[in-house]
Design a protein around this ligand. Structure first.
Ligand code: ADP
Ligand code: MG
Length: 558
């Protein structure tokens, strides 16, 4: 018998727990989904570790079938969830439970509003996970042993969720994790076979491992309460939207339903299944350098590894789901993946399918597409530079705010723009500005307003790279309105040309004096007919670097 040691939760955990208990109470049964999801992840990880770490295939108690076990004890008022997955070492328990190691934690807490309904959604996005057990339990005991460690190196973690937890070393014959929830007062309705089975079937039917419960009542024996087959391997017509949604929440660690999904089984040169989802909200780490990719590679239903960029390009890093290949070896390594023809083939068809899904969404469900664009548009823009072979398809998916947009919402595609182009207009005009407000009041727009020519207003950091990587669209050149001599070509009438020349002669004295006064601060001073109300504006030389880009580079100290 060793000593118990006490530790404090990270301050954020205390805050999170408090919020969660209050704002998720109306949805309390999700605790079971979260804990089963963790158990399933732990078994997936064990299976993969067994392929790569020798010595994890154990004898005796560990030889049994991989499964999740759920039971309850009416007298003790406990619910117990057990898995024979990978388990945790003492250090892993300390790192994973009681601490939030996720990137974006601070941003998350800043985003909380205090409004329970809104915060519930945020918490879900962040991933409620293990801590959801405290919605129904006032004490949680977790006993776990990491696969490969000796029986006496198991560890017991216990907490009432109020700020502290206790750790002690224990013995555990089996690898894996057992979680005992001591229910709060008034939660006795959960101590019921039928109730628990219903919750499991509702939220966890898609889990591909058996979820086992003891037979109801005093009968001996067990029953498997879920279908225990990989959802993506089932025929589509046997899968409901609810099944897809629950599966999404499990793979994406999300709380909300996805925006769209695609499910297809490919049988050509290579055989594989794709089940991919577009989330409805951006994860917190979307813009962080270590942002997770969200596609899980399986080989013949066995989880192999999380994508680290081989399956989905960076600009589709928000896609979540599963790719299951029948052609890769089970012991495939990252190195093999990187140079695998099978993977290249799967990747390029998966990318095309995702772009196709987005195109359909844009055409058939524009409101959902607007949501998608708001959450992920700036990521998708990276694709224009990153994925040359799909550049045209990606360009069609872009949305912009323009001088003709009713609101600041990006509602115009390049296709819309081209359709609305004025007679004689052969270019797509854009303005780069640091903010939408600055864009709208820019003097560069005056002549375009006067002539009723639409201009794309680009205000995001990524837009600089976007326009450099997208010189044209459907044969129309993209042209900055702030660059060089404004060449409106055929759209300029004779009278305007004359007026321009006349101004040039009349103002030559002023131009000379300005040149003298400004010295080498400018490369040139000239008259223009592009302004209607402003007296002057600054333009960048063509093909010089854009003013906006210069401003940004200065701002970032480059
Ligand atoms: P998430 O599942 O999104 O990572 P959770 O709060 O659900 O977040 O779990 C936190 C971490 O605790 C997991 O990532 C995992 O490392 C560990 N963990 C939780 N439950 C188990 C389990 N049954 N077996 C092994 N590790 C677990
Ligand atoms: Mg989890």
């Amino acid at each position: 018998p060793t000593q118990q040691e006490r530790f404090s939760f990270q301050a954020e955990v205390v805050q999170l727990l408090d919020l969660m208990i209050h704002s998720l109470y109306s949805n309390k049964e999700i605790f079971l989904r979260e804990l089963i999801s963790n158990a399933s992840d732990a078994i997936d990880r064990l299976r993969f570790a067994q392929l790569t770490e020798p010595g994890l295939e154990e004898e005796g108690a560990d030889k049994e079938e991989l499964r999740i076990h759920v039971s309850f004890d009416k007298d003790a008022r406990t619910i117990t969830i057990t898995d024979n997955g990978i388990g945790m070492s003492r250090q892993e328990v300390m790192d994973n439970i009681g601490t939030i190691a996720k990137s974006g934690t601070r941003e998350f807490f800043q985003a909380l509003t205090g409004d329970q309904r809104k915060d519930a959604t945020l918490i879900g996005q962040f991933g409620v996970g293990f801590y959801s057990s405290f919605i129904v339990a006032d004490r949680v005991t977790l006993t776990t042993r990491r696969a490969g460690l000796p029986a006496e190196e198991a560890v017991r973690w216990e907490s009432d969720g109020r700020g502290e937890y206790a750790l002690e070393a224990v013995e555990r014959a089996q690898r894996g994790t057992e979680l005992v929830l001591h229910l709060r007062e008034g939660e006795d309705d959960l101590l019921n076979h039928h109730r628990l089975r219903t919750i499991i079937q509702k939220y966890s039917d898609h889990i591909s491992l058996p979820i086992v419960m003891p037979q109801e009542g005093d009968e001996a024996g067990e029953e498997t309460v879920n279908r225990a087959s990989a959802l993506w391997a089932r025929p589509k017509n046997e899968i409901s939207d609810a099944d897809y949604n629950e599966f999404y929440k499990h793979v994406a660690h999300d709380f909300a339903d996805p925006l769209a999904h695609l499910h297809s089984k490919m049988e050509g040169t290579y055989e594989y299944t794709l089940l991919l989802f577009i989330p409805a909200t951006a994860p917190f780490d979307l813009w962080m350098p270590e942002a997770r990719h969200g596609v899980k590679l399986h080989v013949q239903r066995v989880f192999i590894m999380d994508d680290t960029g081989q399956l989905m390009p960076n600009y589709l890093r928000f896609v979540r789901g599963v790719i299951d290949s029948a052609d890769l070896p089970l012991n495939v390594s990252r190195e093999i993946l990187q140079s695998s023809r099978v993977v290249d083939n799967i990747r390029s068809s998966a990318v095309k399918k995702v772009l196709r899904l987005l195109k359909d969404l844009a055409e058939k469900e524009p409101e959902k597409y607007a949501t998608f664009w708001r959450e992920f548009g700036d990521v998708l823009k990276e694709g224009v530079a990153e994925d040359y072979s799909n550049r045209d398809e990606i360009a069609k998916l872009l949305r912009f705010t323009t001088t003709k947009s009713a609101t600041d919402e990006p509602d115009t595609s390049l296709g819309d723009y081209v359709e609305r182009m004025k007679e004689g207009q052969d270019k797509i005009y854009y303005l780069l500005a640091p903010t939408p407000a600055a864009a709208k009041s820019s003097p560069h727009l005056e002549i375009f307003r006067k002539k009723g020519i639409e201009v794309l207003l680009l205000g995001q950091a990524i837009d600089n790279w976007l326009v450099t990587s997208l010189p044209d669209f459907e044969g129309k050149r993209l042209q900055s309105v702030a660059q060089g001599v404004s060449d409106l070509g055929a759209m300029e009438d004779e009278a305007e040309k004359e007026a321009g020349e006349k101004a040039g002669t009349e103002l030559s004295g002023l131009v000379e004096r300005l040149k003298e006064a400004l010295g080498d601060k400018v490369s040139d001073v000239r008259t223009t007919n592009r302004l209607t109300t402003s007296p002057a504006c600054i333009v960048a030389d063509e093909p010089d670097i854009e003013m906006n880009l210069m401003r940004r580079m200065r701002g970032s100290g480059m």
